[in-house]
Write a protein that binds this ligand. Structure first.
Ligand SMILES: Cc1cc2nc3c(=O)[nH]c(=O)nc-3n(C[C@H](O)[C@H](O)[C@H](O)COP(=O)(O)OP(=O)(O)OC[C@H]3O[C@@H](n4cnc5c(N)ncnc54)[C@H](O)[C@@H]3O)c2cc1C
Length: 475
């Protein structure tokens, strides 16, 4: 849909300027265009971008939107992968960028209270100064915001041990789609009074409320970290080693897997000496008390060797650890050399089915003559399946589209989920109902309609299958 700044009545622009001040409303096309994008590369410029200075201003904007009936799209850093912040129906982008303060850091209660635009990595570094730890670690942590992380329930490699964003949210302040400001949850570790509205808002992708404050649970920082990597000649062996590690009651901080296609791409980009016959590489990290880690590492090394590892390396110093992570960190630039774009699906399967999924992906690549690389968080079954594409190649995009559909069917058949991290947004909307039980879908729709009777907040996401965008998506 083409948005045009002139299609909102002048009274709207006037009112928005009155609420936040002239300098905090963008209407020039060149200013609006960047706010039409997120990392999905979908884009539609909004009619205006508004930067409230506090929650009261944000609430006032939502009330104006209800009065004039225009859509509002909450926005953090715009790093979402599924078009969640893309203003695809015109209207106003509500950027939370000015709400960027750490309001409270309480080491006694081990909580932090922050505004939504605090960058995740900044929060982590700040709490580390107090010996505290905020574990969720999306790879985007240097630029994505806590508000965006809460709205998408972001996760990362450490999820296998520490869980995801929702596990660290005690309470929220949020503006409902009709403009009322509410607080949810507690500042305590426990709290069971009433419906869990906090959990309802976490992962709601900006469709049920605008998050304006977050009460976060912190934990003590681990004392030490050790890392190992193991090369396997068969992906099955790597898959079985993952299950064996967890069955041995070792809970690694991260357990990352790279398949053969990923390893080839990495080795062609930067020769790290990964054996050519390698079919899978595992990188495992443990953290905790200094005296426990060597024992856990030794047990893990034995498991890797018992499962046929061709080589195992263990790192103790930060420098050695960095070397082991080099292959993982090289993936992104390495893939850029294969094709200019990629369709990055963050599918997740039960851990016992990881090898099945990777073998399926390899067969899919052969069937559709595509380059498909699979890597990611084997410890929690979240295998990023990247279909490498050149978006200008219509034939390749058509084959990729068929491959995505087959991938999703297989993931559901394996008992998995279509998204472990990124959410539904626009790009997964055509497939939402494939996974969600019809009764649950109906309940979700009723919640959305009850809280947002005028369909103001992020309309056109999740529930509306939007295929128009499929051909343009790329990461
Ligand atoms: C290189 C790269 C690596 C990534 N790695 C990971 C990863 O490891 N794990 C992972 O989970 N994700 C990852 N992502 C995806 C993305 O970073 C996350 O989804 C992140 O949580 C989005 O945060 P954001 O601030 O950019 O939100 P945005 O992209 O601005 O918004 C995302 C969604 O949240 C809503 N939203 C944003 N702020 C608010 C708010 N205050 N109130 C209500 N709704 C709001 C938006 O409407 C939208 O629906 C990655 C992205 C990139 C580009």
């Amino acid at each position: 849909m083409k948005a045009d700044a002139s299609s909102l009545p002048d009274a709207v622009f006037h009112t928005l300027r009155e609420i936040v001040g002239r300098e905090h409303v963008l209407t020039a096309l060149e200013d609006r265009v960047p706010y039409g994008y997120d990392a999905s590369k979908l884009s539609t410029p909004p009619q205006a971008v508004v930067f409230p200075g506090d929650a009261a201003e944000a609430a006032e904007i939502i009330r104006v939107a209800n009065r004039f009936r225009f859509p509002v799209y909450p926005r953090g850093a715009g790093s979402g992968m599924v078009g969640g912040a893309v203003p695809d129906r015109g209207g106003v982008v509500l950027s939370l960028a000015r709400l960027n303060r750490i309001l409270e850091l309480n080491p006694d209660d081990m909580i932090a209270v922050v505004e939504p635009a605090v960058v995740t990595g900044v929060l982590q570094k700040t709490v580390a100064q107090y010996g505290l730890f905020y574990p969720p670690d999306p790879a985007s942590l240097d630029f994505s915001t806590i508000g965006g992380n809460v709205a998408t329930c972001a996760g990362g490699p450490r999820a296998v041990k520490y869980g995801v964003t929702r596990d660290y949210i005690l309470g929220l302040e949020a503006i409902l789609p009709t403009g009322e400001l509410i607080t949810t949850g507690t500042r305590t570790m426990k709290g069971v009074v009433g419906y869990d509205l906090t959990r309802l808002l976490v992962g709601s992708e900006g469709t049920l409320g605008v998050i304006t404050k977050v009460v976060l649970r912190l934990i003590p920082a681990p004392e030490a970290v050790m890392t190992a990597s193991a090369v396997f000649a068969a992906i099955d062996q790597a898959g079985r080693a993952v299950s064996a590690v967890l069955k041995a009651r070792i809970v690694p901080t991260c357990l990352e897997l790279l398949d053969r296609a990923t390893l080839c791409a990495v080795e062609n980009h930067v020769p790290l000496g990964i054996p050519r016959e390698a079919d899978g590489l595992l990188i495992a990290e443990v953290d905790g008390p200094l005296e426990v880690l060597p024992r856990q590492m030794a047990a893990m090394e034995k498991i890797f060797r018992d499962h046929g590892a061709l080589a195992v390396s263990v790192a103790e110093t930060a420098q050695e650890r960095e070397k082991l992570w080099a292959a993982r960190r090289a993936i992104s630039p390495a893939l850029g050399r294969i094709r200019p774009g990629k369709i990055n699906e963050d599918v997740t399967v039960p851990r016992s089915r990881i090898a099945d999924l990777i073998k399926f992906n390899q067969a899919l690549a052969r069937k559709y003559d595509l380059v498909i690389v699979s890597f990611g968080h084997a410890g929690d079954g979240n295998i990023h399946t990247n279909i490498m594409v050149d978006r200008s190649n219509g034939d390749e995009m058509a084959r990729a589209e068929k491959a995505v559909e087959e991938l999703f069917r297989e993931v559901l058949r394996l008992g998995g989920t279509l998204s472990g991290e990124h959410g539904v947004g626009i790009t997964k909307s055509p497939f939402f109902q494939w996974e969600i039980h019809p009764g649950a879908y109906d309940a979700m729709l009723r919640i959305k309609r009850a809280l947002d009777p005028n369909n103001i907040l992020n309309p056109g996401k999740m529930f509306i299958p939007n295929r128009a965008f499929f051909h343009t998506r790329s990461g």
